[in-house]
Write a protein that binds this ligand. Structure first.
Ligand SMILES: NC(=O)c1ccc[n+]([C@@H]2O[C@H](COP(=O)([O-])OP(=O)(O)OC[C@H]3O[C@@H](n4cnc5c(N)ncnc54)[C@H](O)[C@@H]3O)[C@@H](O)[C@H]2O)c1
Length: 423
């Protein structure tokens, strides 16, 4: 990128640099797999002069990924993937490290898209996205830039769903790897990362006691699994709502109550949406909730709780604590919406712990290297993470934890690939 000019970045406060640097350094201690990749990238420079536009939550872990890609030779520019998830100190520190960032915590929608457009002005050859807003902008308003693009990666479930729709409509213009769908991503990041950090976000915002609360988790996907598990561990009575029968059945056998949301709405104290769906909590549910019910979302977009419906039932509203909005309804019940219905783990806490992002971002770095190596060889499709990358990330993570495992003997290898031996 050479010398950065002022049109390439937009952050809140450059005086936060030192705090950001310390937090980035702290997170790096918990990212041994990314560290190994960075060491190799520093020597091999697999991304030399490749322009990368990355739309990610601007957190300490993202900073460590960005620094790794830069060490690999990339010319990288960042923008936020959510208006409320930016850590302003991290944005400041990244600027000092020579990486332009366009992200301000609490930015409005217009600024959010302005930031995406600035990231695209760098004419990316690789895109990194979390939720597919950058890729969608590129495919619609900035399609003139697509000719430069070799490929991309997508971090989250909602983004992968959007990209698959784009592919199905025959409109996806370049190959994208669904990082979310690596086993070393969703089994850990979505489950243990979202599980812990969602509880963390709600606790920091409200300081509630979880023990004895009725917690309603809407959506029993990998994120839902993690949140339910952690809430149960803290002594909550967990109720799951689902639309998929197999997942609902799994929730029953995992020991949770399962019921339609309209029934759960009458008894729940805390409602957490992680369905990746729209109006999951709708007007009819809001109408029957108990006084004092807390509403939080940890799914990608702020559409899971029908906020316009909540507003339509409300006669007064106030911010009672940071990230806690009290809605007083016409019948004098109070409902509390956290973090404006945006991902609560990033709005009110720090997002996933670094140790789990280590695996997600190791996949990101290795998939970007793979894309660069396979330039012009891939079709414009949504690809899975190559199995060897997924396995490599698991192996490196185990090594970093000092854990060894067994390997197949030649006899077992043969047995597992044959059909002759039976009873
Ligand atoms: N907060 C974070 O940091 C974070 C991290 C990872 C993923 N996410 C996001 O969380 C969301 C969920 O991700 P996931 O990986 O668990 O997805 P998933 O597809 O594994 O699970 C979603 C579940 O919700 C269910 N569902 C859909 N509509 C529903 C409805 N109306 N009522 C009840 N259940 C419904 C689906 O049947 C599915 O089982 C996505 O938006 C994803 O992008 C957020």
């Amino acid at each position: 990128m050479g010398k950065m000019n002022k049109t390439q970045y937009d952050i809140k406060d450059p005086t936060l640099t030192e705090a950001g640097k310390l937090r980035i350094e702290w997170a790096y201690r918990e990212m041994p797999v990314v560290r190994l990749i960075r060491e190799r990238f520093t020597k091999e420079k697999p991304l030399t002069d490749i322009r990368i536009s990355a739309c990610l939550h601007i957190t300490t872990e993202t900073a460590n990924l960005a620094l790794t890609l830069k060490e690999g030779g990339a010319d990288i520019i960042l923008c936020a993937s959510n208006p409320l998830s930016t850590q302003d100190d991290v944005a400041a520190a990244l600027l000092e490290y020579g990486i332009p960032v366009n992200a301000i915590k609490g930015e409005d929608e217009e600024t959010y898209y302005k930031h995406i457009n600035t990231a695209l002005d760098n004419k990316p050859q690789l895109t990194v996205d979390d939720g597919a807003d950058l890729v969608t902008t590129l495919h619609t308003k900035r399609s003139d830039l697509i000719k430069n693009v070799i490929g991309g990666t997508e971090e989250t479930t909602t983004g992968v769903i959007r990209l698959r729709s784009l592919e199905k409509a025959g409109r996806l213009k370049y190959p994208i790897i669904a990082v979310n769908d690596a086993q070393t991503k969703y089994l850990f990041d979505n489950r243990y990362g979202t599980g812990q950090s969602t509880i963390d976000g709600i606790t920091r915002a409200t300081n509630i006691l979880w023990a004895g609360k009725r917690v309603v988790v809407c959506g029993y996907g990998w994120c839902g699994h993690g949140i339910a598990l952690r809430a149960k561990g803290l002594g909550s009575q967990v109720i799951i709502t689902e639309v998929e029968p197999v997942r609902a059945l799994e929730a029953v056998m995992d020991g949770y109550q399962v019921m339609p949301l309209i029934e759960a709405a009458r008894v729940g104290n805390i409602f957490i949406t992680v369905a990746g769906d729209k109006n999951v909590i709708d007007k009819a549910h809001l109408e029957v909730m108990k006084d004092g019910a807390i509403l939080a979302n940890s799914g990608h977009f702020n559409v899971e709780i029908n906020i316009p419906a909540l507003e339509s039932l409300t006669h007064s509203q106030r911010r009672i604590r940071p990230f806690v909005d009290e809605y007083t309804l016409d019948n004098d019940r109070h409902l509390y919406l956290l973090g404006e219905g945006r991902l609560i783990n990033l709005a009110a806490a720090e997002g996933h712990p670094a140790s789990v992002m280590d695996m997600s971002f190791a996949n990101q770095a290795l998939c970007l290297e793979y894309m660069a190596k396979n330039k012009n060889k891939l079709e414009p499709r949504v690809y899975p993470v190559p199995e060897e990358i997924d396995k490599q990330v698991a192996r490196l993570k185990l090594n970093s934890m000092g854990i060894n495992i067994d390997s197949l003997t030649p006899e077992q290898k043969e047995y597992l690939t044959s059909w002759e031996e039976g009873t």
